[in-house]
Design a protein around this ligand. Structure first.
Ligand code: NIG
Ligand code: FE
Length: 431
């Protein structure tokens, strides 16, 4: 029987003799985390999918020593990573558009469709509409498998390539299928205001989303949160306000894509209204920094998009951290601006492009990313009662995660107490 079936098949598992970094700070980290607390020879036990013990290996209670055991042999163990911003499901890549940008085209101009060829979000919508459900699912499964192998145990999925009601509902149904089929915990966001609206246009679509689409999705139990792309080439803040307010009344998580391509008042507004997160922020201004520092709204930075679109402007990450904002990092996995599936790679880019320290980057892809989804009570740190999600790195040094660019330094991934991924070259010893 393969080890994956024997060890932790029931959601019961104990990882022993690990350098455990629980990333438990009593909630999301504002500004820079202190030195990362660690248990040098630690154990993490998971019973029925939930964490039952985190502490010194010598103090592991006797009954938990009888669980299926993974000997980490001194390797670092971190919470399962949380990717709080992806655009899965989609049907195909758009690498040729990247080549066009490398030759001088701009992302914003591509959204208009250049030379009569479909480009940008509208092209992904056309690819999606032309693809069979089975093909979209197969493509998305491969991407989520890549995310898993890089350590992601919680992943947010956004709709948004539907661009009209029937296709958006189809995407939400596909997200539901993926949620049932992948080992990760899936969070479902309706990105209802994204690309070109259907006739008669932007304002009518924004109203219809609130009066019809969101209530239908909610009635079918398909939604954890909503999002809107607020940018000159997409939607205005006033288009998004009724959607965000309706979602807050319904108790959903609320997100905005803001200040990606130009300065905007959207981030400060989001902070003042306590949205769950505001994402991108490459062009965030000092007012936005101050507003975020004074609010629970998480600032989600997406270095893959900054890097792949060649944006010369960087989000003011150091100013956000110095002011005490809560900063997360995500892949933004999408075919237009960020084909990254690896959260460690996103964290590594954030360290160099946005000047995060290793400690800040690790908090940004664990405990703070959980807060960016409103899931701080459930995932993002190794604490008794939380979901039994963890990663065993390939060595004892946590910095491996932001160092081994192009190769996730992740050896074993445990999701809800089950071994969900094991690197093929062996790894931590199971017994
Ligand atoms: O987060 N900016 C809006 N949405 C995506 C890109 C969508 C696309 O180009 O397909 C993003 O960068
Ligand atoms: Fe995005």
């Amino acid at each position: 029987m393969p080890a994956e079936e024997r060890y932790g098949a029931s959601g019961d598992l104990v990882v022993r003799h690990a350098r455990v970094l629980p990333m438990a700070f009593g909630g999301a980290v504002r500004g820079s985390p202190p030195t990362l607390p660690e248990v040098p020879d630690g154990a993490v036990a998971v019973v029925a999918g939930r964490i039952a013990y985190v502490g010194a290996d010598t103090d592991l209670p006797a009954p938990l020593r009888a669980l299926p055991t993974l000997d980490a042999a001194g390797r670092a163990v971190l919470p399962g990573l949380v990717d709080c911003h992806t655009h899965v499901p989609f049907a195909a890549w758009r690498a040729d558009e990247h080549a066009e940008r490398l030759a001088g085209a701009t992302y914003a101009a591509q959204q208009g469709g250049e030379g009569g060829r479909p480009r940008g979000i509208a092209r992904s919508a056309a690819q999606l509409a032309a693809a069979a459900d089975a093909d979209v699912l197969a493509f998305s499964h491969h991407r989520l498998g890549e995310c898993l192998a890089a350590g992601t145990t919680t992943v947010e999925l956004k709709s948004g390539y539907g661009l009209q009601a029937a296709q958006e509902m189809r995407l939400l149904a596909l997200m539901q299928r993926l949620a049932a089929e992948v080992p990760q915990r899936v969070v479902r966001t309706g990105l209802f205001l994204h690309g070109p609206p259907p006739p008669p246009g932007r304002e009518a679509w924004a109203q219809r989303v609130v009066s019809e689409l969101m209530p239908r999705a909610l009635a079918q139990g398909l939604l954890d949160g909503v999002d809107a792309f607020v940018e000159a080439i997409a939607y205005r803040l006033e288009d998004a306000v009724p959607l965000i307010e309706a979602a807050q009344r319904a108790g959903l998580a609320t997100h905005l894509h803001a200040a990606q391509l130009e300065p905007s008042a959207a981030a400060a507004w989001a902070a003042s209204r306590g949205l769950t997160s505001v994402d991108h922020l490459d062009h965030l201004d000092p007012d936005g920094v101050r507003a975020l520092a004074a609010s629970p709204t998480v600032a989600v930075l997406l270095p893959g998009a900054t890097f792949l679109t060649g944006g010369a402007t960087r989000p003011p990450a150091r100013a956000l951290l110095a002011a005490g904002a809560c900063v997360a990092v995500a892949t933004d996995l999408n075919p237009g601006t960020s084909p990254l599936t690896s959260l460690p790679e996103a964290a590594a880019l954030a360290c160099r492009l946005f000047e995060l320290t290793m400690e800040e980057a690790l908090a940004a892809v664990t405990v703070n990313a959980a807060a960016a989804l409103g899931l701080g009570h459930e995932v993002g740190s190794l604490e008794v009662g939380k979901r039994g999600d963890l990663v065993v790195l390939e060595g004892d040094e946590p910095a491996l995660l932001v160092y081994r660019l192009g190769h996730p330094a992740v050896e074993t991934v445990v999701a809800a107490g089950r071994i969900a991924y094991r690197r093929s070259d062996g790894g931590a010893k199971a017994s």
